[in-house]
Design a protein around this ligand. Structure first.
Ligand SMILES: [Zn+2]
Length: 646
């Protein structure tokens, strides 16, 4: 386990580099990320390379005993490059070209930009691929930030048509898959197909879903280009820093090309932007919500089923949320250990010293604008002294997450309050508040390591997925399926009778769905217990399943809300409505008990995590907590944590 920091030597006088490096080492930092936005200094004019300063900076860091993460600078193509070509700038969904003057302004499908990328990446791979101070790579920076996965330029239109032709072969097949007979949307040729923006009303959701897939594939193929060039010259691991609650490209597919997944963790910025209730946001004002953060840790661990890095860890205020409170004293230490507890191998703080100008000048660093230590430095030093080597995450429970289900349900929300992330969060929050470690994995991955698999909104389903899940349950797995499951085919058109190929597994059909306005709720009856739901209700009609709870609304004509179906050695539980974590727990607890998975009801803001070698208890509350659980009796100060080494 190591600490790191993001460093921009090009921002500071050269005489500060050596003392900076010495102080990094002194704090206990091991990794230093450099060069990610430095193109205009590495190549001030077309073809006039100037790497001397970066060489000296890397040497300085190496001489201090630090290891460098070298970044390709492609997130910020310089002005001369933009002016040289007319096909590099992105076009937004409104058809407007994005201008030079910030970052991420390039199109992934620009042939000119791919050529420039090839050139600069090759130069860097050649120069630093075997450098002894360098020990890892980062491609680009935060693919997709500022809504830049989906580009609507002529390059993308051309490439989308090629992608569609490769997928469907014949235009008739596309017309059928998309149900283009509706509204006379049929095409005679792939060359007629536009990008799905600027249509009079919404575009055909099948057209949009394929465009989302294409845009995701464009990011992946652009990244593959960089990975390939780096690996031709270097054996150091290749990473990329992805973002939190960002689903515009398929991270499971993307992760296959990388050696290490890294991500950028901004707990307070995320809390401020989140739709959590105002009182929850007030309570966690200075730490962020523990589950909001760790859901992303667990998701990114699951991308490769291996430890990840936090490449950018918030060390103080951020600059980009609607409001930007100062973190609690102790929050940086709490966040760092939370990351390690959930499977991080490295936590790297963003950034070393606060920027004195430009867009991020209000963003804190480990050091203030004048270069003197800010409060997070003390906490980072403490964390460095508390580190030890840890093994894998250990869990018996998996949550199934899929980017295509995110896209499909968000394209046709049908209920204003629908949110795929929100539904995932409800299930995750319920499981975490029971003291469980949770793996987040793809529905088509090997589920055999888990006693329980929970699949909220398994929306797009084909026979292969249904068979995969049936096999898991037959062999003794317990599957929980949430609302909107089995509703569509992979083409994003309906199954004629939901839940399509999942009917046998779930032992039921869905006769109707009800989509409710925010603020409206209704009830279900479980025995003589009345429970509430909102937003969404699948009206379940059991064929062979046992009914565990039914809707009370007479308009639903006796429909079941929660059903259970046995298969082989396992069972499938269907929870047909959108509901709060407290109600989910009513149904999840007996399942967990039947699987002999130990649960502990944790107070709000208190969470457990464990890896081989160490277990953690975190208190994200702004007050002391006395814990009296079955195995744990302890007192935690506000914003504090305890760990126990095995
Ligand atoms: Zn484009």
């Amino acid at each position: 386990m190591k600490l790191g920091v993001c460093y921009y030597p090009e921002h500071w006088p050269e005489e500060t580099w050596k003392p900076d490096a010495k102080r990094m080492k002194d704090i206990g930092i091991h990794w230093v990320r450099v060069a990610e936005f430095a193109w205009s200094r590495l190549e001030p004019q077309d073809g006039k390379l100037n790497f001397d300063w970066l060489d000296r900076s890397v040497d300085t860091l190496g001489e201090a005993g630090l290891s460098v993460v070298m970044c390709t600078p492609t997130a910020t193509p310089p002005k001369w490059l933009i002016d040289k070509y007319d096909d590099v700038l992105q076009v937004d969904v409104q058809g407007r070209p994005r201008k030079f003057g910030s970052r991420r302004h390039y199109c992934y499908n620009s042939a000119s930009y791919r050529e420039e990328t090839r050139r600069i990446t090759s130069v860097m791979a050649e120069r630093y691929g075997k450098h002894e101070a360098v020990a890892a790579w980062q491609t680009d920076n935060e693919y997709g930030c500022h809504d830049t996965v989906r580009c609507y330029c002529p390059n993308c239109e051309r490439e989308f048509r090629v992608w569609l032709e490769q997928k469907y072969g014949a235009i008739a097949a596309l017309n059928e898959a998309w149900w283009n007979v509706f509204w006379s949307m049929e095409y005679n040729d792939f060359s007629q197909i536009d990008l799905p923006n600027l249509t009079t009303t919404e575009a055909n959701p099948s057209h949009s879903l394929d465009f989302y897939r294409f845009a995701s594939d464009s990011v992946i193929s652009y990244n593959q280009l960089q990975c390939k060039l780096i690996r031709e010259k270097s054996s150091y691991p290749v990473s990329h820093n992805v973002m939190l609650y960002f689903g515009d490209f398929d991270h499971f597919k993307f992760a296959k090309d990388l050696d290490i997944i890294t991500w950028d963790n901004y707990p307070l910025g995320m809390l401020e932007q989140s739709p959590l209730p105002a009182e929850v946001k007030a309570h966690f004002l200075r730490t962020g919500h523990p589950d909001l953060i760790s859901l992303i840790h667990d998701l990114y661990y699951g991308l490769k089923d291996q430890p990840f890095w936090v490449m950018e860890q918030q060390p103080g205020q951020v600059n980009w949320a609607p409001s930007n409170p100062i973190p609690a004293k102790g929050a940086v230490r709490l966040w760092s250990h939370q990351a390690f507890g959930h499977g991080a191998d490295v936590v790297s703080y963003f950034r070393w010293r606060a920027a004195n100008g430009a867009q991020e000048l209000m963003h804190a660093g480990l050091n203030k604008h004048d270069g003197t230590p800010d409060r997070a430095t003390t906490e980072a030093r403490q964390v460095a002294n508390e580190l030890r080597m840890l093994g894998k995450k250990q869990t018996e429970v998996a949550l199934l997450f899929d980017y295509e289900n995110l896209w499909a349900t968000e394209l046709q929300k049908h209920a204003q309050g629908w949110s795929y992330w929100g539904l995932m969060f409800s299930y995750y929050h319920a499981l975490r508040s029971l003291g469980l470690d949770v793996a987040i994995v793809h529905p088509r991955s090997d589920l055999s390591p888990y006693k329980l698999a929970v699949a909220p909104a398994l929306h797009l389903v084909d026979e292969a997925l249904a068979k995969h899940l049936e096999s898991y349950v037959n062999q003794g797995g317990q599957l929980v399926i949430g609302p909107r499951s089995g509703f569509k085919t992979l083409s994003n058109v309906v199954q004629e009778l939901a839940p399509g190929p999942l009917q046998n597994l779930m032992g039921l059909t869905v006769s109707h769905v009800d989509a409710l306005r925010p603020g409206i709720s209704d009830t279900i009856l479980k025995g003589d217990e009345t429970l509430s739901y909102s937003t969404w209700a699948d009206l379940l009609r059991p064929t062979t399943a046992e009914v565990l709870a039914s809707y009370t609304n007479p308009a639903y004509e006796g429909a079941a809300a929660v059903c259970q179906q046995a298969h082989g050695k396992g069972r499938c539980l269907t929870i047909g409505m959108w509901t709060e974590p407290e109600v989910l727990k009513v149904f999840l607890k007996p399942v967990l008990q039947s699987l002999t998975i130990a649960i502990q009801d944790l107070p709000e803001g208190v969470r457990l995590a464990s890896r081989e070698g160490r277990s953690y208890i975190y208190n994200f509350n702004p007050h002391e907590v006395k814990l009296e659980l079955q195995d744990i009796k302890t007192t935690l100060n506000a914003f504090d944590l305890k760990f126990k080494d095995q």
